[in-house]
Write a protein that binds this ligand. Structure first.
Ligand SMILES: [Zn+2]
Length: 310
């Protein structure tokens, strides 16, 4: 069983133009790091439109190519920071729900909300209770802390349903997003104040992974996913292996989950390449670092199946 716990189903109108301009900027800088120069206009016309896949056809093809059995699609609500898009948040969440209903065996759709929205509780309740979304995705870096009272009222609502909550951790995020909100230390309160809630720390907290791994070690309702670590895997395979080993040593194989953050990261490494890279860890890990097949199977999907209550 292979499960990608972090994928974005995207449509142009679900997000504001300011966001797409930001994506162009991120790609331009990313490409430059790899010695490739493309103008913003070229990126805008050639790299951004392929991200739009509101019917999920490209996603299903990508899953088939990579041998991914199930994908968790996570919506985004950065819009109090970037400006509201043409489509409402409810429209995005409803589209997620519709896509999940069409492919119940393959797609697991999460809800999202900015905890600062006055009707945040209502939005999440409707998405989970009426539309059947199977988890919540929070992006504190839009401007709120995971342990803020406004977040807690949302988490209290989600606690009524037996679904996990993924919370972005890590400094990463373009302006106007603020890295400080992604410090995993704020999850320390959350996992203890909501002991029955399953909390997934997103992106293994990027450069704060040491803090996260030490923090999460003894907080057994906390897991992490390592989406977007393709960047490290590609730039420094030794370091990637070393951090993955550290994650498994702290959290055990049951709480370290595979995710891609595609389609955003796909230009750097396809889903299939990343799946193959993880599958190859037992054979290819550098001297002094080892992985078992059992650990690989757990990370690729067996553990996510437990945490997602499948
Ligand atoms: Zn993402």
């Amino acid at each position: 069983m292979i499960i990608d716990v972090h994928y974005h189903l995207l449509a142009e109108e679900w997000y504001p133009q300011e966001w797409w301009n930001t994506v162009v900027k991120m790609y331009a800088h990313g490409l430059k790091n790899y010695g490739l120069e493309m103008s913003p206009e070229e990126i805008r016309s050639s790299l951004v439109p392929p991200l739009w896949d509101p019917e999920g056809e490209a996603l299903l093809r990508d899953m088939d190519a990579a041998g991914v059995d199930k994908t968790v699609i996570v919506p985004i609500d950065y819009w109090l920071a970037f400006g509201e898009p043409g489509a409402s948040l409810d429209q995005q969440l409803k589209a997620y729900s519709d896509f999940q209903r069409k492919h119940p065996d393959r797609i697991i759709a999460f809800a999202t909300v900015d905890a600062r929205r006055p009707d945040a509780v209502k939005i999440v309740e409707r998405a989970i209770k009426e539309w059947g979304l199977k988890g919540l995705n929070l992006y504190p870096q839009a401007g709120f802390y995971a342990n803020d009272p406004r977040t807690y009222r949302v988490l209290e609502k989600v606690s009524e349903f037996n679904v996990p909550v993924r919370i972005h951790t890590g400094q990463q995020g373009p302006p106007p997003l603020r890295g400080k909100y992604g410090d995993p230390i704020h999850l320390d309160d959350v996992v203890q104040d909501f002991p029955n809630l399953s909390i997934i720390a997103g992106h293994m907290a990027f450069a704060w992974h040491e803090q996260l791994l030490y923090l999460a070690g003894l907080k057994y309702n906390m897991s992490t996913e390592f989406s977007a670590w393709q960047v490290v895997a590609k730039a420094n395979y030794w370091k990637f292996c070393q951090v993955m080993r550290q994650a498994l040593d702290h959290l055990g194989k049951d709480r370290v989950l595979f995710g891609t953050d595609n389609p955003f990261v796909a230009p750097l490494m396809s889903t299939k390449e990343f799946v193959d890279l993880i599958k190859g860890l037992p054979q290819n890990a550098p001297d002094g670092i080892s992985f078992t097949e059992e650990e690989v199977n757990a990370m690729l999907g067996d553990s996510a199946a437990e945490i997602l209550v499948l």
